[in-house]
Design a protein around this ligand. Structure first.
Ligand code: 26M
Length: 826
């Protein structure tokens, strides 16, 4: 009977329509005669969701049955963006939905546009986690993501009088993609004390951590569908609430209403908001609470699942791989060791062996200000037992170092997890390395750099084999097929269908068509259509008209000094000055350009906010300068996020990836732009280097000094005699200081960074090369046929940068997991 009664998937347009109407009328209790785009979105999402849930349940059952090794991807950020379109594409239902919804009087694009982004991340690291989930499901790997269910994701950016303002992003009003699991509630303790307890089986006095504050973690599950497969994995996000009911009735009844509410809020605060910092660590207690809350709940869940299999503990690493997305979840190492020794009563060494087999750690940055360090007094207070375990881990580690390198006291000081100072701090990256069996960087240069610099001593201690590279990748489903359906269709018509979306190296077939006139024409028409679409978006949101035939030069990413948006805008000013000097005849010969910027500054990052102000101010001057008349426009796109990236990425002629060499670990938007037929202007940094190797030097505009020169150049700035600023840059600074873009005081910090600040990011060293390379870009763009050749050739050679390739490398080299074969559906 259960079998007969169990839910089944809809199939075909009529059934889809019936389901949409049913959901609008009964699930949402709305009249179908009063159904706007938003209600139609809800109905569509719920109908699609039903099919997704059936595949999800089957996948989870099958994975439980097969009982294979799983990977758990621990990330404090999952920058998912919208779900509906992706869900329709991955389940193959988009055409059905398009036709069905159109007969009901709606356009599928408008419906898709109703959805709020799930913006539970800052930038590259969070988006990478989202791409990886897509690939894991597409490749049928048994995998779960674990994260936090923030009530507020990354803030919404508004530009007010040219400055960034932050507005809260409350996104949970209607979220059909999450399923609360109120039965999965886990108690997590903070504070308290460690006391001696009873003796264990071996006669040792146990340590008991007790008397702390308890907060409950409630699981919310999100289905993650693979493309072209029924495999639907799970993303589990934890939400915090007070343990034992709504509020303290004791306090309430004794008249302390505010007190009882305060306790409730204290608990709920833990998962309330995503920290909006990207590549900067502030060391705040609430952030540490978030980390432990999420890690403790996730590990409890993983361990409980393992225990159901009744295997011996030593088989734990055969069933469980845990990947640490940066150091944010490093406490997981300590928590698992604590569970083993304090709760399951394993001997230390046995426990530690299992722990280190289980974890892998991915590093995403070399920037010193981004490396997490927790103050010892903070950890002592919040997690007293964990601090003891960290000290023990460190002691045994240092003893092993001492055995290997006797009497090298400075080495012991350098590699100790505990950094001396007032206060002492814990170096989380070191703890992550010691507790993992593999450590990886995210692009070749970056992986080499961490081995040669910040982790050098650890390579000497553990050997080369522990350190590896897995170059990042992106999902071609979202970043080509979904964002740029016309290009995806054109490609499919040449490479033999849509298989390339699951095997991106098939793109190489496109090279056969680089001399095909008709193909090239179609290719460039699709690019133009994407630019027209972006131009319309810009017109609708800023009232500024931009010429779709101008060269679209785009830099969208978090605003950070190391990413050097300041160099870009200085270059724009320099171009403006040259245009102003020209005669009308000379001007006619110039390539018209639209410089497009977008990105959020961390709310406390004053310099980044100043850069935004300079960009908007330059726009105000240039865009209304009649003399320039469309030869140069400067646009700042407000509130850059994933769904806006899907409009912006297909529309670039050139995109900028111009970080100071050695600072951008990988970059992933570089891959997205090239995959959509845009060219790159960039430095020899991060994945730009591998992109160059794949697509060929003739297809990329490289500039600037190399990573190996950076140290010397910085030394020059600081200690060199008679350092004079590059004259072109001097000229730019002069007009800024003359008040051309509003009060020069607004920009004094920005100018000071170049002069008294010793120009740490080497803008003056690369500026000349940057300007010269931009001139080469203009030259190349005049030859539209040559440009098309570069564009097509580049796309043809981008197969390597699929997240599927990256995930397969992790699966083989780090996780040792196999795909789970699903029974064919039907
Ligand atoms: C740390 C402490 C407190 C609050 C926030 C943080 C924090 C949050 C995000 C630190 C770093 C965060 O992200 C770093 C990041 O996004 N790194 C980027 O990772 C990408 C994926 O590997 C790379 O492509 C980028 O080069 C790298 O900058």
């Amino acid at each position: 009977t259960w079998r007969k009664l169990s839910a089944s998937e809809f199939d075909g347009k009529e059934q889809f329509q019936k389901e949409v109407v049913r959901h609008v009328e009964t699930t949402l209790a709305r009249s179908i005669y009063n159904c706007d785009d938003n209600a139609a979105y809800s109905g569509t999402a719920l109908a699609i969701r039903d099919n997704l849930v059936i595949k999800w349940n089957k996948t989870q059952q099958q994975q439980t049955l097969q009982d294979q090794k799983r990977v758990y991807y621990l990330s404090l950020e999952f920058l998912m963006g919208r779900t509906l379109d992706n869900a329709m594409l991955n389940t193959g239902l988009k055409d059905t939905a398009r036709e069905g919804i159109s007969e009901l009087g709606f356009r599928i694009e408008d419906i898709i546009d109703q959805e709020h982004d799930a913006a539970l991340g800052n930038g590259g690291l969070g988006r990478l986690a989202a791409c990886f989930l897509d690939s894991l499901a597409t490749l049928n790997y048994p995998a779960w993501g674990y994260g936090l269910r923030y009530r507020y994701g990354i803030f919404k950016q508004e530009i007010i009088n040219g400055f960034q303002a932050e507005v809260p992003d409350y996104w949970l009003d209607f979220n059909p993609w999450e399923f609360p699991r109120h039965d999965v509630a886990i108690d997590v303790m903070f504070y308290g004390t460690v006391n001696p307890g009873p003796r264990d089986d071996r006669g040792n006095i146990k340590k008991v951590w007790e008397g702390g504050e308890i907060v409950q973690a409630i699981a919310y599950d999100v289905p993650i569908p693979g493309y072209g497969t029924d495999c639907t994995n799970n993303l589990r996000l934890w939400s915090s609430k007070p343990s034992g009911g709504e509020f303290d009735f004791g306090k309430f009844n004794s008249g302390d209403y505010e007190g009882s509410i305060r306790d409730q809020q204290r608990a709920e605060t833990i998962s309330a908001v995503l920290y909006p910092n990207d590549n900067i660590d502030a060391g705040k207690e609430l952030r540490l609470k978030q980390q432990y809350f999420w890690v403790a709940a996730s590990l409890h869940d993983i361990v409980r699942r393992f225990k159901k299999s009744h295997r011996p503990w030593k088989e734990f690493p055969d069933q469980v791989a845990i990947q640490l997305n940066d150091t944010h979840p490093t406490l997981a190492i300590v928590e698992l060791q604590r569970i083993f020794i304090d709760i399951e009563c394993l001997p230390w060494d046995e426990a530690w062996y299992i722990v280190t087999r289980t974890f892998g750690y991915t590093n995403h940055t070399v920037l010193p200000e981004a490396l997490e360090k927790w103050s010892v007094p903070l950890v002592q207070n919040l997690l007293p037992r964990h601090l003891q375990i960290i000290y023990d881990i460190n002691l045994f580690f240092l003893q092993s170092v001492e055995r290997k390198f006797p009497k090298d006291r400075d080495l012991l000081r350098r590699v100790s997890v505990v950094e001396e100072g007032t206060p002492q701090v814990l170096r989380m990256a070191y703890l992550a390395i010691i507790g993992s069996h593999k450590v990886n960087g995210v692009a070749e240069l970056h992986s080499d750099l961490i081995k040669a610099t910040i982790f050098k001593d650890f390579v000497d201690i553990f050997g080369q084999d522990k350190f590896t590279n897995v170059t990042n990748g992106i999902t071609p489903r979202r970043w080509l097929h979904q964002a740029n359906p016309k290009l995806s269709d054109l490609i499919a018509s040449k490479v033999g269908g849509y298989d390339f979306l699951q095997n991106l190296t098939k793109l190489t077939v496109l090279e056969k068509y680089v001399d095909d006139k008709a193909f090239k024409k179609e290719w460039m028409e699709i690019k133009l259509a994407a630019k027209v679409k972006l131009a319309k978006y810009i017109k609708d949101t800023t009232q500024i008209a931009v010429n779709p035939h101008s060269l679209f030069d785009i830099q969208v990413k978090r605003i950070h000094e190391y990413k050097r948006q300041q160099m870009n805008i200085f270059g724009v000013i320099y171009r403006y000055l040259r245009l102003k000097e020209m005669t009308p005849e000379e001007r006619k010969k110039q390539v018209p350009r639209t410089s497009i910027f977008g990105g959020k500054a961390a709310p406390g990052y004053w310099m980044a906010k100043t850069i935004i102000r300079l960009i908007t101010a330059v726009g105000e001057v240039v865009n209304r300068d009649e003399e320039i008349n469309g030869l140069l426009k400067v646009i700042f796109i407000e509130d850059y996020n994933v769904s806006k990236a899907e409009i912006i990425v297909p529309a670039s002629d050139i995109s900028e990836h111009i970080s100071t060499a050695g600072t951008e670990a990988s970059g992933t938007s570089n891959m997205k732009f090239v995959l959509n037929g845009g060219l790159i202007i960039g430095t020899c940094d991060g994945a730009n280097i591998e992109i160059t190797r794949e697509i060929g030097e003739e297809n990329i505009f490289l500039l600037g000094n190399l990573a190996e020169q950076v140290e010397d150049l910085r030394h020059q700035h600081r200690f060199g005699k008679d350092v004079v600023m590059d004259p072109k840059l001097r000229e730019v600074c002069d007009v800024i200081e003359a008040g051309k873009f509003g009060s020069e005081q607004t920009y004094s910090g920005l100018i000071a960074a170049l002069t008294t600040g010793f120009d740490y990011y080497l803008v003056s060293d690369d500026f000349s090369s940057y300007i010269a390379t931009q001139d080469l870009v203009d030259e190349a763009y005049r030859d539209q046929d040559g440009w098309a050749t570069k564009s097509i050739t580049s796309v043809a050679r981008m197969g390597f940068f699929s997240a599927d390739r990256a995930i397969n490398e992790y699966a083989e080299e780090v996780w040792n997991i196999e795909p789970c074969e699903l029974p064919k559906s039907g």
